[in-house]
Design a protein around this ligand. Structure first.
Ligand code: MOS
Length: 744
């Protein structure tokens, strides 16, 4: 494949195919469920059929007698788990099967273990539960009257005023504004819907637990499992080399690995649990439903003077995170003399929300970026010009500049690539046959995060170099990024780098989330490579059988796999063979430093899209999308492009298709399957023109790379909604924008 989108004059032109690509397409890549443990028993989760209440009793007699059944565990016949786990990683405020309370429809209330998956599933159907049922609260709009204040959001007060001198309240600033717009924006609860349903295989051997568990963080899983099972962390190993999509819902440790590990210990056999698609909807978290109101005040020239952003996000009686919309967007996206944020939560009897790709920004940008478009219409101002006028150069309310911010260039380059100048600003001005055609745009934003990370580099006697770390590849490209960075650090072809990841026994690494995997792990590759080269030179000059024995270390340098001394050169493989060792290795670490108080670190971007809406059926279709990203240095153009395309497609789902139907009376997710919970398929996805600006952010890390895993999805829904407004003259403030909302 050719790279049509490499920036002209880009410093970094690397564009290689996934190093794990062959494994993926040949079935050689083994996911958790592919692990065939000897004598494995199969567990099947039994879920509650009410949303709120107490289980009085459960009749498991028929299930226990069913063919192949080994055990049936319930709150009345417990698998012991203990509290004290890391709540960050558990995803719930309680542990499964430890009490008889039902907190949401589809909660795990039992585990049937049998010789086969089918036997376990069939036996589960024979269990009956008798509940004391209480009426659930499951509707966000109905719950708003009882909304509560979470107190703090992202380290700041949940109600936050950044007001100019002498301004008493945001409403005062709005009243004094020359132009105002206000809108209420709603979106339903959503589910991550990764291609790979969650799965665990738990294997105990001599008091050692090996857990094959698809996860974004082997180390967080390990910590939670060890605490809940009451075993030393050193006795647990978590393996997860390939993950079929995470999007945030393979960070927390859900019920199935806890129960699989406990059941395997009790039964003395490996236990495998693979969730069904339907089970993933309730067992593994969601994105909050959100209702937001954004009110903007501006001068006639478009200068923002007041931004007021309020949100109600659904949360769960079981805890979890929530969608923090104002604090992740209006907090800092534009310069404004007055900013007011207000985040409330509505606690419902529904499965707990968890992080989902661009948590906060996804919903927040839909509201803010639609409101900006409404303001542009009211001002008769070009939406790009409006955004350029309000571009923030310092982080509002904090006296810190961005380390590197080229959002203005994203707008200009994007507008040019897309052909924005051909847009007639009048809504409903372009009709092609039965289609109304419109163009819209919006801003993308996501903070750059960086965590401490370690990497091991090992020169092998077989001529390859192993680069490994306990990070994760969710399909994001981390296998390839390690190979590319190893290749660059060592001056060797990518084909000679052997990568390994997704195993808690590898060099310490918290994993892949917060768009921070490359930014965290990348810098450690260079540190480890440098340390390993030093080890190699030390061995070369000290070992008696080395051809370089006795040469002063200062006279030896490393050059593309060779050690070079005056008048001598030897490849590392020849050296290792000569001295009779299989390898030389070193571990290197990298972590954020004091620079992290001195700058704000953020990735930015701009989306431009063209839609057409059928005049008679209301059907919205996308024609094309241009996305320009300012993400710092791009390590590998091909997988980076794939990341951004994936983010854009995620946003198409948000805009046009996705939404869990939570029945208000029962708390049941009525469309917990991929036939009725609609995701974008190929026919929904137009050509996506992805373009990266090339501005390495070396104040952020030595690599200059910020994250790109999430920024690509932020703003897409607003860009599409804005284009639909341009096409039809109709402003839809309720997602997803389905054809029924567009019928004349
Ligand atoms: Mo991301 S929602 O931190 O996987």
């Amino acid at each position: 494949m050719t790279m049509q989108n490499a920036a002209p004059g880009a410093a970094r032109t690397v564009s290689v195919s996934r190093v794990d690509g062959r494994l993926k397409v040949t079935g050689g890549a083994r996911y958790a469920a592919d692990h065939l443990a000897e004598r494995a028993a199969h567990g099947y989760l039994l879920l509650s059929t009410v949303a709120r209440g107490t289980i009085r009793s459960m009749d498991v007699a028929a299930a226990e007698r069913a063919p192949g059944v080994l055990a049936v565990y319930t709150p009345f016949r417990k698998l012991e788990l203990q509290g004290g786990g890391n709540p960050f990683s558990v995803g719930h405020s309680w542990l499964p099967l430890q009490d008889a309370e039902v907190r949401y429809h589809g909660q795990a209330i039992g585990l049937v273990v049998a010789e086969s998956f089918e036997q376990a599933r069939d036996a589960a159907a024979l269990v009956s539960a008798d509940y004391d049922v209480r009426p659930p609260a499951a509707s966000l709009p109905d719950g708003i009257a009882q909304a509560t204040d979470p107190g703090r959001v992202n380290g700041e007060p949940s109600v936050l005023d950044l007001l100019a001198e002498g301004v008493g309240t945001i409403d005062e600033a709005l009243a004094a504004s020359e132009v105002t717009v206000s809108g209420t924006y709603t979106q339903p609860l959503k589910h991550h819907s990764a291609m790979e349903p969650h799965a665990t295989v738990a294997v105990w051997q001599d008091d050692q637990l090996t857990l094959h568990n698809g996860t974004q963080s082997a180390s967080l899983t390990l910590g939670t499992i060890a605490a809940a099972l009451g075993v030393e962390p050193a006795r647990v190993r978590v393996i997860s080399p390939h993950v079929g999509g995470g999007f945030g819902n393979k960070i927390a440790t859900w019920a199935h690995p806890l129960l699989a590990a406990a059941a395997a210990r009790t039964l003395g056999r490996p236990v495998k649990i693979v969730l069904t698609r339907e089970q993933t909807f309730t067992i593994t978290g969601n994105r909050s439903a959100v209702q937001q109101t954004v009110t903007l005040g501006a001068r006639r020239d478009g200068t923002l003077v007041a931004v007021k952003h309020q949100a109600y996000s659904s949360q769960s009686t079981s805890g979890g995170t929530f969608e923090a919309s104002p604090h992740t967007t209006s907090r800092y996206l534009y310069r404004s003399e007055n900013i007011h944020l207000d985040q409330k939560i509505v606690t419902l009897d529904i499965p707990p929300p968890t992080w989902m790709r661009a948590p906060g920004q996804e919903s927040g940008s839909f509201a803010l970026e639609t409101a900006l478009d409404e303001l542009a219409v009211k001002l008769r101002m070009d939406p790009v010009a409006l955004r350029l006028r309000n571009n923030a150069t310092v982080y509002p309310g904090r006296n810190v500049p961005w380390s590197s911010k080229h959002l203005d260039e994203c707008y200009r380059v994007g507008a040019q690539r897309f052909g924005w100048d051909r847009r007639d600003p009048a809504p409903r001005s372009v009709v092609r046959g039965e289609w109304l055609v419109g163009m819209g745009m919006a801003t993308a934003v996501y903070p750059a995060e960086r965590f401490p990370a370690s990497v091991k580099v090992r020169f092998q006697a077989d001529g390859d170099v192993a680069v490994s770390s306990a990070t994760a590849d969710l399909g994001t490209g981390m296998w390839t990024v390690l190979a590319v960075l190893g290749s660059e650090a060592l001056g060797l072809p990518v084909a000679r780098i052997r990568t390994d990841l997704g195993d808690s026994t590898l060099a310490t690494n918290i994993g892949a989330f917060g768009s921070g995997a490359t930014a965290s792990t990348g810098p450690a590759v260079a540190v480890a490579a440098e340390a390993a080269r030093t080890e190699l030179i030390t061995l070369a000059v000290t070992h008696e059988r080395s051809p370089l024995h006795g040469v002063p270390a200062a006279d030896v340098r490393y050059d593309r796999g060779d050690l070079v001394a005056p008048e001598r050169r030897i490849g590392f493989a020849a050296l290792l063979q000569a001295v009779g060792v299989t390898g030389v290795e070193a571990t290197g670490s990298a972590a954020p430093g004091p620079e992290h108080g001195q700058h704000a670190f953020t990735s930015f971007g701009a989306h431009f899209c063209e839609v057409r809406v059928n005049r008679w059926t209301g059907e919205p279709r996308l024609t094309r999308i241009t996305t320009v990203i300012d993400g710092g240095a791009i390590v590998n153009a091909k997988t980076a492009r794939s990341q951004i395309s994936g983010g854009v497609i995620f946003g198409i789902g948000q805009a046009l298709l996705e939404g869990a139907q939570v029945e208000p009376a029962t708390g049941r997710i009525a469309n917990a399957n991929l036939a009725e919970y609609l995701l974008p398929v190929n026919a929904d996805v137009p050509p996506i023109d992805v373009h990266f600006l090339d501005h390495p952010d070396t104040l952020f890390n030595p690599l200059g790379a910020r994250g790109i895993g999430e920024v690509g999805t932020v703003g897409v829904a607003a860009a599409i909604g804005n284009a639909i407004h341009h096409a039809t003259g109709r402003r839809i403030r309720d997602l997803p924008i389905t054809l029924d909302k567009l019928l004349d």
